[in-house]
Design a protein around this ligand. Sequence first.
Ligand code: FE2
Length: 321
Amino acid sequence: MTNAIFESVSAPRPDHLQLASPATAADTGVSPAVTGFYDEATGSIQYVVADPVTRKSAIIDPVLDFDPRSGSTRTTSADRLLKHIETQGLTLEWILDTHPHADHFSAAGYLKDMTGASTGIGERVVEIQRLWKAIYNLPDSVSVDGSQWDRLFADGERFTVGEMEVSVLLSPGHTLSSVTYLMGNAAFVHDTLLMPDSGTARADFPGGDARQLWRTIQRILQLPSGTRLFSGHDYRPNGRNASWESTVAAQRAHNLHLKNCDESKFVKLRMERDRSLPMPALMLSALQVNLAGGRLPPPESDGRRYLKIPLNAFSYASWVA
Ligand SMILES: [Fe+2]
C-alpha cells in the first residue's frame, strides 16, 4: 500500500499482525492519577501518570519545545512536567515515549539528564531507526540498535511504576513501533484513537499501515468498556476546548472514523484522508532527534548543533496541488 507523500521511500511494512487480546491489567482495579499537559504549538498531550499508593510516577510523550523559524529549542514544557512532579510530591521512575513522533521533539533525553529516570519505547523502534538512518545518510557511528533508551519494550511485556503494573501492547499502524501503555484502568493510546469527534491518526508515514491501524484499534477496543483512554493529540475541531480523555465505551459508540465501518471500509477511508494531508511541518527535523532518544545531534567544531534536512527525498512538496 503506497501513498502520495511517502511512496518514494522503501519502508518495512507491518506483517498485518493478528494481535492477541490485550492482557487485562485493567482488572487490577488500580486507577492511576493522570494529568495531561496540552502543547498548543503541536496539539500534543504530555502525561504524568502516578501510582496512587506509592506516588511513583511516569512521564509519557514529553515535548522539547522547538521553534522552526529561529531554530531555537527550550525546555519550558518539560520543566512544567518536572514542576508538577515536585509540587505533587511524586517520584519520577520512567520517561516513556509511545513512538518516535513526527510532529514534535521528544524531551526524553533532557528529562533523563535532569532526573536520572529510565527511558523506554517499543522495541521495533530499531526498524524505524534503520530506515531513517538511510534517509538522513547518517554516519556509521550512529547506532540503530535502540541503545539510546534504557528499555525497549516487546508486545506483552510488563514493568511497574511503583506498585502499579504496566502492560505494553504493541499498537502498530500509525508507526510500526507504536505501543500502548496500559496502567490499571488507564491506557495511553497515543496516535491510534484520537477523541471520538476527531477519529483516528494518519497511517501513511514510512512503516505505517491503515489495515494494521484498524487491527490495533480493535485490540484496544477489546479492553473493558470503562477503561480510560488517553490520546496523544487533539486538534480542537470546531474550536472546542482541547480534550484528550475518553473511554473504550465512548470510542466504540461515537468514534467518527469507526462508525459503520469494517476493516476494508476503514482502510479506504483512512488512505483517502491521508492522501489529502500535508507532510507534518516538523517531521524531517523531529525524527532525527526522536530516533536518538530525544537528543539533539552532537555539537560540531564550533560548538553548535545542526539538524540535517534531506532534499528531494520525498515525492511530495507543499506546492503540489
Ligand atoms: Fe505520532
